[in-house]
Design a binder for this molecule. Structure first.
Ligand code: KG4
Ligand code: ZN
Length: 344
Protein backbone atom coordinates (compact mmCIF):
# COMPACT_ATOMS: atom_id res chain seq x y z
CA UNK A 1 0.00 0.00 0.00
CA UNK A 2 1.27 3.46 -0.86
CA UNK A 3 2.01 5.45 2.31
CA UNK A 4 0.10 8.70 2.74
CA UNK A 5 1.74 11.87 1.48
CA UNK A 6 1.80 14.70 4.01
CA UNK A 7 0.76 17.72 2.01
CA UNK A 8 0.81 21.21 3.53
CA UNK A 9 -0.70 24.22 1.78
CA UNK A 10 1.28 27.25 2.98
CA UNK A 11 0.46 30.96 2.72
CA UNK A 12 2.84 33.94 3.07
CA UNK A 13 1.63 37.57 3.01
CA UNK A 14 3.84 39.29 5.61
CA UNK A 15 5.18 42.06 3.35
CA UNK A 16 5.02 42.69 -0.41
CA UNK A 17 4.80 39.18 -1.85
CA UNK A 18 1.60 37.17 -1.96
CA UNK A 19 2.75 33.56 -2.05
CA UNK A 20 1.09 30.15 -1.79
CA UNK A 21 2.85 26.77 -1.96
CA UNK A 22 2.12 23.08 -1.60
CA UNK A 23 4.88 21.12 0.14
CA UNK A 24 5.09 17.36 0.50
CA UNK A 25 6.66 15.78 3.62
CA UNK A 26 8.25 19.07 4.62
CA UNK A 27 10.81 19.21 1.84
CA UNK A 28 9.37 18.44 -1.60
CA UNK A 29 8.23 21.54 -3.39
CA UNK A 30 5.14 20.77 -5.50
CA UNK A 31 4.29 24.41 -6.20
CA UNK A 32 5.42 27.84 -5.03
CA UNK A 33 3.41 30.70 -6.56
CA UNK A 34 4.81 34.18 -5.86
CA UNK A 35 2.95 37.35 -6.88
CA UNK A 36 5.28 40.28 -6.27
CA UNK A 37 3.88 43.78 -5.72
CA UNK A 38 7.25 45.46 -5.95
CA UNK A 39 6.31 47.58 -8.99
CA UNK A 40 3.39 49.17 -7.10
CA UNK A 41 5.64 50.21 -4.21
CA UNK A 42 8.64 51.32 -6.28
CA UNK A 43 7.36 54.81 -7.01
CA UNK A 44 6.98 55.44 -3.25
CA UNK A 45 10.55 54.28 -2.53
CA UNK A 46 9.39 51.64 -0.02
CA UNK A 47 6.53 49.34 0.90
CA UNK A 48 3.27 51.21 1.61
CA UNK A 49 1.34 49.03 4.10
CA UNK A 50 -2.16 49.96 2.90
CA UNK A 51 -1.27 49.22 -0.72
CA UNK A 52 0.32 45.91 0.32
CA UNK A 53 -2.90 44.78 2.07
CA UNK A 54 -5.03 45.69 -0.93
CA UNK A 55 -2.82 43.74 -3.30
CA UNK A 56 -2.87 40.69 -1.02
CA UNK A 57 -6.69 40.75 -1.01
CA UNK A 58 -6.73 40.92 -4.81
CA UNK A 59 -4.13 38.18 -5.31
CA UNK A 60 -4.66 35.60 -2.60
CA UNK A 61 -7.54 33.56 -4.08
CA UNK A 62 -5.88 33.24 -7.45
CA UNK A 63 -2.54 32.30 -5.87
CA UNK A 64 -4.25 29.54 -3.85
CA UNK A 65 -5.93 28.17 -6.98
CA UNK A 66 -2.71 28.28 -8.98
CA UNK A 67 -0.71 26.57 -6.22
CA UNK A 68 -3.30 23.75 -6.02
CA UNK A 69 -3.44 23.35 -9.81
CA UNK A 70 0.32 23.36 -10.27
CA UNK A 71 0.78 20.81 -7.46
CA UNK A 72 -2.01 18.75 -9.03
CA UNK A 73 -3.73 18.09 -5.70
CA UNK A 74 -7.25 18.48 -4.33
CA UNK A 75 -8.31 19.83 -0.92
CA UNK A 76 -9.09 16.32 0.29
CA UNK A 77 -5.42 15.40 -0.35
CA UNK A 78 -4.17 18.11 2.06
CA UNK A 79 -3.00 17.35 5.61
CA UNK A 80 -2.84 20.93 6.96
CA UNK A 81 -2.90 24.64 6.14
CA UNK A 82 0.05 26.78 7.30
CA UNK A 83 0.37 30.55 7.40
CA UNK A 84 2.88 33.23 8.43
CA UNK A 85 1.39 35.01 11.46
CA UNK A 86 4.38 37.33 12.10
CA UNK A 87 6.60 39.26 12.06
CA UNK A 88 5.46 41.63 9.32
CA UNK A 89 2.91 44.29 8.44
CA UNK A 90 -0.24 43.71 10.45
CA UNK A 91 -2.71 44.42 7.63
CA UNK A 92 -0.74 42.26 5.21
CA UNK A 93 -0.41 39.37 7.66
CA UNK A 94 -4.14 39.44 8.40
CA UNK A 95 -5.04 38.71 4.78
CA UNK A 96 -3.02 35.49 4.86
CA UNK A 97 -4.17 34.50 8.34
CA UNK A 98 -7.83 34.94 7.43
CA UNK A 99 -7.46 33.07 4.14
CA UNK A 100 -5.75 30.20 5.96
CA UNK A 101 -8.46 30.08 8.63
CA UNK A 102 -11.20 30.00 5.98
CA UNK A 103 -9.49 27.13 4.16
CA UNK A 104 -8.84 25.18 7.35
CA UNK A 105 -12.47 25.60 8.45
CA UNK A 106 -14.01 24.81 5.05
CA UNK A 107 -11.94 21.67 4.55
CA UNK A 108 -11.64 20.61 8.19
CA UNK A 109 -7.84 20.84 8.22
CA UNK A 110 -5.46 21.67 11.08
CA UNK A 111 -4.11 25.23 11.08
CA UNK A 112 -0.39 25.86 11.64
CA UNK A 113 1.08 29.29 12.53
CA UNK A 114 4.62 29.91 11.26
CA UNK A 115 7.16 32.56 12.25
CA UNK A 116 8.39 34.22 9.04
CA UNK A 117 12.03 34.10 10.18
CA UNK A 118 11.77 30.37 10.92
CA UNK A 119 10.49 30.08 7.37
CA UNK A 120 13.61 31.80 6.00
CA UNK A 121 15.82 29.29 7.86
CA UNK A 122 13.74 26.30 6.72
CA UNK A 123 13.99 27.42 3.08
CA UNK A 124 17.24 25.42 3.26
CA UNK A 125 15.32 22.27 4.20
CA UNK A 126 13.83 22.30 0.69
CA UNK A 127 17.34 21.63 -0.61
CA UNK A 128 19.05 19.54 2.05
CA UNK A 129 18.31 18.06 5.52
CA UNK A 130 19.23 20.32 8.44
CA UNK A 131 21.84 18.91 10.84
CA UNK A 132 21.96 20.11 14.45
CA UNK A 133 23.26 22.00 16.27
CA UNK A 134 23.27 24.65 13.58
CA UNK A 135 23.82 28.37 13.37
CA UNK A 136 21.83 30.51 10.96
CA UNK A 137 22.75 33.95 9.74
CA UNK A 138 19.34 35.45 9.05
CA UNK A 139 19.64 38.64 7.00
CA UNK A 140 16.55 40.27 5.52
CA UNK A 141 14.93 43.65 5.00
CA UNK A 142 13.61 43.76 8.56
CA UNK A 143 15.96 41.49 10.53
CA UNK A 144 19.62 40.66 11.05
CA UNK A 145 20.06 37.82 13.52
CA UNK A 146 22.34 34.97 14.43
CA UNK A 147 20.07 32.09 15.42
CA UNK A 148 21.28 28.96 17.20
CA UNK A 149 19.21 25.81 16.80
CA UNK A 150 19.96 22.77 18.93
CA UNK A 151 17.16 20.82 17.25
CA UNK A 152 14.21 21.20 14.88
CA UNK A 153 11.86 24.01 15.89
CA UNK A 154 14.18 25.35 18.64
CA UNK A 155 15.37 28.91 17.94
CA UNK A 156 17.65 30.99 20.13
CA UNK A 157 18.75 34.44 19.01
CA UNK A 158 22.37 34.80 20.11
CA UNK A 159 22.99 38.14 18.39
CA UNK A 160 21.06 40.71 16.42
CA UNK A 161 21.24 44.20 15.02
CA UNK A 162 20.92 47.02 17.53
CA UNK A 163 19.46 49.35 14.89
CA UNK A 164 18.97 48.88 11.13
CA UNK A 165 18.71 45.47 9.47
CA UNK A 166 21.32 44.76 6.79
CA UNK A 167 18.73 44.81 3.98
CA UNK A 168 17.29 48.06 5.29
CA UNK A 169 20.78 49.66 5.18
CA UNK A 170 21.24 48.44 1.60
CA UNK A 171 17.90 49.92 0.58
CA UNK A 172 18.58 53.26 2.31
CA UNK A 173 21.96 53.80 0.70
CA UNK A 174 20.42 52.64 -2.59
CA UNK A 175 17.95 55.48 -2.31
CA UNK A 176 20.78 57.97 -1.73
CA UNK A 177 22.40 56.71 -4.92
CA UNK A 178 19.10 57.23 -6.75
CA UNK A 179 18.45 53.51 -7.29
CA UNK A 180 14.90 52.13 -7.47
CA UNK A 181 13.53 50.37 -4.35
CA UNK A 182 14.72 47.90 -3.15
CA UNK A 183 18.33 48.80 -3.96
CA UNK A 184 20.05 45.76 -2.38
CA UNK A 185 20.42 43.67 -5.51
CA UNK A 186 21.67 46.59 -7.63
CA UNK A 187 24.25 47.67 -5.02
CA UNK A 188 25.53 44.09 -4.96
CA UNK A 189 25.96 44.20 -8.75
CA UNK A 190 27.66 47.60 -8.66
CA UNK A 191 29.96 46.44 -5.84
CA UNK A 192 31.43 43.83 -8.15
CA UNK A 193 32.43 46.58 -10.58
CA UNK A 194 34.14 48.74 -7.95
CA UNK A 195 36.71 48.65 -5.14
CA UNK A 196 36.73 49.45 -1.42
CA UNK A 197 38.31 52.89 -1.75
CA UNK A 198 36.24 54.81 0.83
CA UNK A 199 36.92 52.51 3.84
CA UNK A 200 33.70 52.90 5.84
CA UNK A 201 33.68 51.91 9.54
CA UNK A 202 33.20 48.29 10.64
CA UNK A 203 30.81 48.66 13.58
CA UNK A 204 31.13 46.41 16.63
CA UNK A 205 33.60 44.18 14.83
CA UNK A 206 35.86 43.65 17.85
CA UNK A 207 33.11 43.69 20.50
CA UNK A 208 32.76 40.60 22.63
CA UNK A 209 29.21 39.80 21.51
CA UNK A 210 27.38 38.63 18.42
CA UNK A 211 25.41 41.83 17.83
CA UNK A 212 25.51 44.08 14.78
CA UNK A 213 24.94 47.75 14.00
CA UNK A 214 24.47 49.26 10.56
CA UNK A 215 23.15 52.76 11.24
CA UNK A 216 26.65 54.28 11.70
CA UNK A 217 27.73 52.85 8.36
CA UNK A 218 24.58 54.20 6.74
CA UNK A 219 25.21 57.67 8.22
CA UNK A 220 28.87 57.70 7.10
CA UNK A 221 27.75 56.80 3.60
CA UNK A 222 25.02 59.46 3.48
CA UNK A 223 27.31 62.15 4.95
CA UNK A 224 30.03 61.40 2.42
CA UNK A 225 27.57 61.65 -0.49
CA UNK A 226 25.91 64.85 0.83
CA UNK A 227 29.24 66.58 1.55
CA UNK A 228 30.50 65.73 -1.91
CA UNK A 229 27.23 67.05 -3.41
CA UNK A 230 27.61 70.35 -1.57
CA UNK A 231 31.20 70.76 -2.70
CA UNK A 232 30.31 69.72 -6.24
CA UNK A 233 32.74 66.78 -6.03
CA UNK A 234 32.24 63.62 -8.06
CA UNK A 235 32.20 60.26 -6.26
CA UNK A 236 32.51 56.91 -7.97
CA UNK A 237 29.18 55.05 -7.45
CA UNK A 238 30.70 51.60 -8.05
CA UNK A 239 33.44 52.25 -5.49
CA UNK A 240 30.85 53.59 -3.04
CA UNK A 241 28.82 50.39 -3.46
CA UNK A 242 31.93 48.21 -3.12
CA UNK A 243 33.08 50.09 0.01
CA UNK A 244 29.64 49.83 1.63
CA UNK A 245 29.35 46.15 0.79
CA UNK A 246 32.87 45.39 2.07
CA UNK A 247 31.94 46.84 5.47
CA UNK A 248 28.65 44.90 5.71
CA UNK A 249 30.24 41.63 4.64
CA UNK A 250 33.29 41.89 6.90
CA UNK A 251 31.15 42.39 10.00
CA UNK A 252 28.56 39.74 9.10
CA UNK A 253 31.13 37.13 8.13
CA UNK A 254 33.56 37.64 11.01
CA UNK A 255 30.85 37.53 13.71
CA UNK A 256 29.15 34.53 12.11
CA UNK A 257 32.42 32.66 11.88
CA UNK A 258 33.37 33.40 15.47
CA UNK A 259 29.94 32.26 16.72
CA UNK A 260 30.10 29.06 14.64
CA UNK A 261 33.54 28.25 16.09
CA UNK A 262 32.63 29.08 19.69
CA UNK A 263 29.36 27.14 19.59
CA UNK A 264 30.80 24.14 17.75
CA UNK A 265 27.93 23.84 15.27
CA UNK A 266 27.70 21.20 12.54
CA UNK A 267 25.96 23.39 9.99
CA UNK A 268 26.02 27.05 9.05
CA UNK A 269 22.88 28.17 7.28
CA UNK A 270 22.32 31.40 5.33
CA UNK A 271 18.78 32.76 5.26
CA UNK A 272 16.71 35.78 4.17
CA UNK A 273 16.63 38.18 1.24
CA UNK A 274 20.21 39.42 1.78
CA UNK A 275 21.41 35.79 1.56
CA UNK A 276 21.01 36.42 -2.20
CA UNK A 277 23.99 38.79 -1.98
CA UNK A 278 26.70 37.40 -4.22
CA UNK A 279 29.53 39.03 -2.27
CA UNK A 280 28.28 37.58 1.02
CA UNK A 281 27.74 34.12 -0.49
CA UNK A 282 31.22 34.07 -2.03
CA UNK A 283 33.02 35.36 1.06
CA UNK A 284 31.24 33.03 3.48
CA UNK A 285 31.86 30.04 1.20
CA UNK A 286 35.56 30.91 1.00
CA UNK A 287 36.18 31.47 4.72
CA UNK A 288 34.17 28.44 5.82
CA UNK A 289 36.26 26.30 3.47
CA UNK A 290 39.48 27.81 4.84
CA UNK A 291 38.69 28.02 8.54
CA UNK A 292 35.77 25.68 9.29
CA UNK A 293 36.17 22.84 6.84
CA UNK A 294 34.27 20.40 9.09
CA UNK A 295 31.19 22.65 9.06
CA UNK A 296 28.60 22.21 6.34
CA UNK A 297 27.56 25.56 4.77
CA UNK A 298 24.03 25.74 3.37
CA UNK A 299 23.32 28.55 0.94
CA UNK A 300 19.73 28.70 -0.30
CA UNK A 301 19.12 28.93 -4.05
CA UNK A 302 18.38 32.51 -5.14
CA UNK A 303 14.73 31.57 -5.80
CA UNK A 304 14.24 30.71 -2.10
CA UNK A 305 16.13 33.65 -0.49
CA UNK A 306 13.32 36.19 -0.85
CA UNK A 307 9.87 35.84 0.66
CA UNK A 308 7.98 32.75 -0.48
CA UNK A 309 5.42 30.30 0.91
CA UNK A 310 7.44 27.13 0.24
CA UNK A 311 9.74 28.01 3.16
CA UNK A 312 6.66 28.50 5.37
CA UNK A 313 5.45 25.00 4.43
CA UNK A 314 8.88 23.53 5.24
CA UNK A 315 8.94 25.17 8.70
CA UNK A 316 5.29 24.18 9.31
CA UNK A 317 6.11 20.49 8.84
CA UNK A 318 8.02 20.46 12.16
CA UNK A 319 4.92 21.72 13.97
CA UNK A 320 2.72 19.33 11.97
CA UNK A 321 4.69 16.34 13.23
CA UNK A 322 4.37 17.62 16.79
CA UNK A 323 0.68 18.41 16.27
CA UNK A 324 1.25 22.01 17.34
CA UNK A 325 -1.90 23.41 15.82
CA UNK A 326 -3.59 26.80 16.23
CA UNK A 327 -7.25 27.58 16.90
CA UNK A 328 -9.50 29.86 14.87
CA UNK A 329 -8.58 32.66 17.24
CA UNK A 330 -5.11 32.82 15.61
CA UNK A 331 -4.14 36.45 15.14
CA UNK A 332 -1.44 38.34 13.25
CA UNK A 333 1.54 39.22 15.47
CA UNK A 334 3.46 41.98 13.68
CA UNK A 335 6.26 41.97 16.29
CA UNK A 336 6.51 38.18 16.65
CA UNK A 337 9.99 37.12 17.74
CA UNK A 338 11.65 33.77 18.34
CA UNK A 339 11.43 34.51 22.06
CA UNK A 340 7.74 33.77 21.96
CA UNK A 341 7.82 31.27 19.14
CA UNK A 342 6.56 27.83 20.23
CA UNK A 343 8.02 25.89 23.12
CA UNK A 344 11.79 25.97 23.37
O1 KG4 B 1 13.70 38.42 3.16
P1 KG4 B 1 13.23 39.50 2.27
O2 KG4 B 1 12.75 39.13 0.88
O3 KG4 B 1 12.08 40.31 2.94
C1 KG4 B 1 12.04 40.50 4.33
O4 KG4 B 1 11.60 39.57 5.04
O5 KG4 B 1 12.52 41.58 4.74
O6 KG4 B 1 14.44 40.55 2.15
C2 KG4 B 1 14.36 41.68 1.36
C3 KG4 B 1 15.66 42.44 1.46
C4 KG4 B 1 15.61 43.84 0.83
O7 KG4 B 1 16.15 44.76 1.75
C5 KG4 B 1 16.53 43.69 -0.40
O8 KG4 B 1 17.18 44.88 -0.78
C6 KG4 B 1 17.52 42.67 0.10
O9 KG4 B 1 16.73 41.73 0.80
N1 KG4 B 1 18.26 42.02 -0.99
C7 KG4 B 1 19.60 42.13 -1.14
C8 KG4 B 1 19.94 41.40 -2.31
N2 KG4 B 1 18.78 40.86 -2.82
C9 KG4 B 1 17.77 41.24 -1.99
N3 KG4 B 1 20.51 42.79 -0.42
C10 KG4 B 1 21.79 42.73 -0.82
N4 KG4 B 1 22.19 42.04 -1.92
C11 KG4 B 1 21.31 41.36 -2.69
N5 KG4 B 1 21.73 40.69 -3.77
ZN1 ZN C 1 11.44 37.78 4.59
Amino acid sequence: MESKRNLILAIETSCDETSVAVIQDGHLLLSNIIASQIKSHMRFGGVVPEIASRHHVEQITQCIEEAMTEADVTYSDLSAVAVTNGPGLVGALLIGVNAAKALAYAHDLPLIAVNHMAGHIYANRLVQPLVFPLLSLVVSGGHTELVYMKEDGDFKIIGETRDDAAGEAYDKVGRVLGLPYPGGKRIDEMAHEGEDTYHFPRAMLKDDNYDFSFSGLKSSFINLVHNADQKGEQLNPENLAASFQASVIEVLVSKTLRAAKELGVKQLVMAGGVAANQGLRNTLTKVVKEELSDVDLLVPPLSLCGDNAAMIGAAAYVKYNRQEFSGYDLNAQPGLSFDNYGEL
